[in-house]
Write a protein that binds this ligand. Structure first.
Ligand code: DQA
Length: 142
């Protein structure tokens, strides 16, 4: 099983960005952690990060050709990007929405996701393990 892990805006700054909220691990070390956990459950991961909405949409479109599913942390786009929502909806492979932080304990604007309804499920609040839990979820619906 092949899964693409998509990370949206500002997640390239993990480790530097609000470490009290997002943890001290860098983007690269989080990817290495996810890759190692994925291998343990027989999942091959690809990784994509962009700060641009259009590039994320292109990655979702491309993923449908070679991946069995998507794990997506769309960052702030989660809360307002109808274009990313439509892209997830347009491809037939399943997607799981993830967040490092528990968005429901934070500012009001983070409580709303426009992509949840087109994802198979949502995992939030478990730090880098949110991604790993999403891999388990996708493994279970293969
Ligand atoms: C986030 C939560 C979003 O509200 C925020 O804009 C992010 C990261 C998370 O992983 O907790 O960039 O998706």
């Amino acid at each position: 099983m092949k899964i693409l892990i998509i990370n949206g805006p500002n997640l390239d700054l993990l480790g530097e960005r609000e470490p009290g909220v997002y943890g001290a691990d860098t983007y690269e070390s989080v990817c290495a952690y996810i890759r190692e956990k994925a291998e343990g459950i027989g999942i091959e991961c690809g990784f994509f990060q962009s700060n641009s909405e259009g590039a994320i949409i292109d990655a979702i479109h491309e993923a449908r050709k070679t991946y069995d599913g998507i794990v997506i942390n769309a960052g702030a786009y989660t809360h307002y990007s109808y274009a990313i929502r439509d892209a997830i909806s347009a491809v037939k492979i399943p997607a799981v929405e993830v967040h490092i932080s528990n968005v429901h304990t934070r500012e009001e604007f983070r409580h709303r996701s426009v992509i949840s309804a087109v994802c198979r499920g949502v995992i939030a609040g478990f730090g880098k393990d949110s991604y790993v839990l999403a891999l388990y979820a996708l493994g279970g619906i293969r």
